[in-house]
Design a protein around this ligand. Structure first.
Ligand code: ZN
Length: 259
């Protein structure tokens, strides 16, 4: 189950099943003033004043970690809609990728989203966590599987991993075109495509939260260990940044996790 917390005016969501420092940012509590980016924009690539983004990170990290860590503890990278998951043994900016995993306490893994699904993974006993940016392309390529593989191949156990699929665009709003269907079928087969692409009034809608859930279960995660936010970023575009609702002049949210 997801709940919202507010720390120093910063509103962020947490998933109760993830028993380590983590949070999913919202639009609330930052200092950005540009249209579509107000106020908690956490993307340096959104045309926003970098000083504002830096201050937003300071506030977000402080809120999520209860003041324990600052933004100098963050691991981040430019995102490329791939299935590349990198090991982050230290904070810093990494080569482009769409996910991180770590076994080092105090390294804050971050991914940025605005309709794409942020997925956090945590194996408490192994002491490993991961953060994934699962847009439709990374989802279908199998970034959720890559994240689980990274944890399992370093001492984790799939049946122990807790997963949280944060606020993203849901099947109510994620309309897709035929070329999308072809890509999904090519990578995952027609059964997968039919299960997660729903027809409504002659239009097609994709369910990326359900896709990621199925892939996680396919890796051996237990359904009861997967928590999915029911918040749709497009339906709730005053609380969340939504690329579909706001277009390119929009901010980015951040999902963060640390041991
Ligand atoms: Zn919606």
């Amino acid at each position: 189950m997801f709940t919202h917390r507010v720390g120093d005016g910063v509103d962020f969501a947490v998933s109760e099943n993830i028993e380590t420092l983590h949070g999913f940012s919202t639009r609330i509590g930052g200092v950005s003033t540009l249209s579509g980016r107000e106020s908690m924009n956490l993307g340096y690539d959104r045309g926003d004043d970098p000083d504002c983004v830096a201050e937003n990170y300071r506030r977000f990290v402080s809120a999520v970690t209860g003041g324990r860590y600052g933004p100098e503890r963050i691991a981040r990278a430019d995102q490329i809609h791939s299935d590349t998951v990198r090991y982050a043994g230290a904070p810093g900016k990494y080569e482009p990728c769409d996910g991180f995993w770590t076994d080092v306490p105090g390294v804050i893994l971050t991914v940025r989203v605005a309709d794409c699904a942020p997925v956090l993974l945590y194996d408490k006993e192994a002491g490993i966590c991961a953060a994934l940016h699962a847009g439709w392309r990374s989802t279908v390529l199998g970034i959720a599987e890559k994240g689980v593989e990274a944890i399992v191949s370093h001492g984790g156990k799939a049946s122990r991993i807790r997963a949280a699929v944060g606020p993203c665009i849901h099947v109510c709003c994620f309309e897709v075109k035929e070329d999308f269907v072809k890509d999904v079928e090519k990578l995952r087969g027609t059964d997968f495509s039919e299960r997660h692409l729903l027809k409504r009034d002659g239009r097609l809608f994709a369910d990326i939260a359900a896709m990621n859930t199925e892939l996680l279960e396919g890796c051996g995660l237990l359904r009861e260990n997967i928590s999915i936010s029911t918040d749709c970023t497009r339906c709730m575009d005053t609380l969340y940044f939504s690329h579909r609702a706001l277009g390119v002049r929009r901010g980015s949210m951040c999902a963060a996790i640390a041991l």
